[in-house]
Write a protein that binds this ligand. Sequence first.
Ligand code: XIL
Length: 354
Amino acid sequence: MNHLGSPFLRLIGLVFLFSCKPGPLVPTDERLYVPTTTLKAQADYRVGVAIQSGKLSDTAFADLITKEFSSLTAENQMKQGIMMPASGVFDFSEGDVIVDFAQANGLRVHGHALIWHSSLPIWFDTYSGTNAQFEQITKTYIQTTVTHFKGRVASWDVVNEAFDDDSRQLRNSIFRQKMGDDYVEKCFQWAHEADPDALLFYNDYGLEYDDKKRSAVVDMINDFKARNIPIHGFGFQMHINHNWPGKGTLSNAVNTLAATGLQIHFSEIDVRANPNNDLAELTLNRAKSQEDRYREIAALFKTIPVSQQFGMTFWGLTDNESWLIPFWGNIDWPLLFDANKGYKIAHRGMIEGM
Ligand code: XIL
């Protein structure tokens, strides 16, 4: 008798096969969950992520980007250090990789950042020509870049982090030293000349909790508006912690800047879960605290008048690639996806808050 044909053995086989099915859908790890919708489907505004161009060749990475997001930003490839590597030389190739991918997949691109004291090519940071030459190079750089991406990049962070911390003063950057206190408005004007359709943003950190810096930015915006200097929006970077700053502080900051009438971008969101370096792994409690914070961020964005809701951008996709880890020098899990691209409950917090 053929044993494989015996009804009894076939039944045993079936039971065996059934028990070998892939595990239950609900992850056993309670720090993860099974999403029922995506960020871009849930939000009434654009939801973006900052990425490194090199990652787009990873299909799983690219798929998750197009599934969840409706806007893209280059984490580094559209900064001056990369786009202007030598005097008179421009390199947009890596930026183009990101912009081409975005276009092919229907994502908006937010350009970051034309002028930032911290992304300069060494030759320019140590420039020894005259101030007038420095200014001319800056103008040419802004206009060549904005023209190159014209029609493909919807908006730009024109100037990033121009103000000192806990102060109403402009940071004494090389731009201020060589071009004077009105360098910020010059940059906005040059960008606007190159692409009158692009929305132009001022972007900074600390606006969420630093009252002096925030009031300096509000004054600058109101002054620009009064003098018809083209400025359309500003970015709260939103590098915050799971437990700081308080909800009231955040909401006061957002209300104050919303009163300018400009577009509002939560531009570099991440939430440190381990700011005091007391954890070696993300505990469930801490993951829940982070989830609550993400829910708050999304709910806060909804308090902005709809016509001013430009969108939000997360500063990275997966925890292990966050810039915060090398920056602060300790382990952390600040983003919505874990190192295996698993959906953290932080994602659920965002979805619920939206
Ligand atoms: C960071 C990138 O994430 C890092 O990879 C890079 O080494 C340094 O810059 N504020 C900004 C961003 O405006 O451009 C910074 O991005 C993070 C802080």
